[in-house]
Design a protein around this ligand. Structure first.
Ligand code: PFF
Length: 456
């Protein structure tokens, strides 16, 4: 058997794993969820979810991946799991591929907005009607761009090709090297934006909303939303962390790595809150303007248009968004690339082509389903929203529940402890509490998130 490839340095390993976790989930989903669920109250519950549930489940994914030393299906197989358990790996690969189909489209939008910011096209009126308000200007821009047939496809294809180039270059020369450059850049841009946003006139009002809790806003649904967001943001239950941890060296401290990755992901979410809330409060842009794509493609450009250095801020912001989307799409695609390479013993470039070439078709279908094909609806949803709902609201939690059951109850005796202590060479006082959470608490709470998404 050929020697399993590994990340070459600790920093590279952390950068790649944080790159996977930090994505559109942090940049636009987190602020939208925080706003809809009471600001600071949500933040506190979110921090608790990341620390008390996210980290233990992440450690268990890492343990499975490093012990199994293979893709998400091979890991179960190598540990001697019976066939039905391989299904958990297959579910994770399927969910991640479905997510990739629409996530790549959104990554394409971020890329288009980066180019539009650089060329200045973002600020030019789309018609001669110059009396538009800023809001309607950017709303029209977004709607006409997203529902257009050709332009979004070109940008999505560009993102697929960039993914292809990085993935073919390999784990060390592609994923790790790119993450080593892009992750520091991402943090630098975030810091610059915090400085700008917090010096805006009504920044303190935004900071109050985000940082001073009103516990009367705490309801069970806030807790479940925070938990769902934490799992989405930490990339849990999709095979990503199983795949990446199969590249971790044997002496990696899994608990410390999970804590570092989770806290950095949390930090990015908090930094986004420190950017978004002061900015939107300063220009009275709360409410509808924080929902999903509107936040990044309408509300923030409106903010940039009202401060000096408009174009520079737009370029920096869409660069940030493109970086976040790129490192996440790469990690999502790597789940399938690793699976194809390991299962069929194919050369890496062939596996990359097998995984990414069909995306030219599938992502096109997703993109068109928002425009000229929006009449095609299944269960009242267009194809884009259908994939999002099925993969993130159903498959992801189901995968996480089974992963917890496997690691908590089924996995070979001693394997989890041995992974957490590196075969007894390091101490892990957290093993017992983590096992307890993975066995009893996480599966029950994730099941509640799953059920609540059906009731909504
Ligand atoms: N964790 C990344 C994000 O927050 O955007 C990547 C990701 C994970 C995307 C899970 C989608 C998903 F369902």
């Amino acid at each position: 058997m050929s020697k399993k490839v590994q990340f070459t340095s600790k920093i590279g390993m952390i950068a790649a794993t944080v790159g996977s976790a930090v994505g559109l989930g942090n940049v636009w989903r987190f602020p939208a969820e925080a706003q809809a669920n009471g600001g600071a109250a949500f933040l506190i519950v979110y921090i608790a979810c990341v620390c008390l549930l996210g980290i233990p489940v992440m450690v268990s994914e890492f343990a499975l991946g490093r012990a199994g030393r293979s893709d998400s299906v091979g890991a179960f197989k190598n540990l001697g799991a019976s066939r039905p358990w391989w299904g958990v790996g297959i579910l994770a690969i399927t969910a991640s591929y479905l997510i990739l189909c629409f996530y790549m489209v959104v990554a394409g939008w971020t890329f288009e907005y980066l180019w539009q910011s650089i060329s200045g096209g973002l600020f030019q009126p789309i018609s001669d009607n110059v009396s538009q308000t800023l809001n309607s200007h950017y709303t029209n821009k977004m709607n006409s761009f997203i529902t257009e047939s050709v332009n979004p496809l070109i940008n999505t294809y560009a993102m697929i090709l960039i993914n292809l180039a990085v993935l073919i270059a390999g784990v060390q020369k592609g994923i790790e090297r790119l993450s080593n450059i892009l992750m520091p850049l991402l943090f630098l841009i975030l810091l610059i934006f915090i400085g700008v946003s917090c010096s805006l006139p009504k920044a303190s009002e935004g900071l109050m909303f985000f940082l001073s809790p009103n516990f009367s806003k705490l309801t069970p649904s806030v807790v479940l939303n925070a938990l769902g967001q934490a799992f989405f943001s930490l990339s849990l239950g999709m095979g990503i962390l199983i795949t990446y941890s199969s590249y971790f060296p044997k002496n990696t401290n899994l608990t410390r790595t999970a804590v570092t990755v989770s806290l950095l992901d949390l930090l990015v979410a908090v930094m986004m809150g420190l950017i978004i809330f002061p900015a939107v409060m300063s220009f009275d842009l709360t409410g509808e303007g924080l929902r999903g794509a509107t936040l990044v493609f309408v509300t923030l450009p409106e903010v940039f248009a009202q401060i000096p250095g408009t174009q520079l801020w737009a370029i920096l912001f869409f660069l940030l968004l493109t970086v976040a989307a790129l490192t996440s799409t790469i990690s999502i695609a790597e789940v399938s690339v690793a699976f194809i390479s390991d299962r069929f013993g194919l050369r890496r470039w062939k596996s990359c082509l097998i995984v990414l070439a069909p995306l030219f078709l599938f992502s096109s279908v997703c993109s068109l389903s928002l425009g000229s094909w929006s009449h095609i609806q299944i269960a009242g949803l267009n194809i884009f929203d259908l994939l999002d709902t099925v993969a993130t609201n159903i498959m992801l939690p189901v995968g996480s529940i089974f992963l917890c059951i496997y690691m908590g109850w089924i996995a070979p005796k001693g394997m989890f402890r041995s992974q957490m202590t590196n075969g007894g060479s390091i101490r892990s006082r957290l093993f017992t509490p983590i096992l307890f959470i993975v066995r009893y608490i996480a599966p029950v709470l994730i099941a509640c998130v799953l059920i609540s998404s059906f009731i909504k």
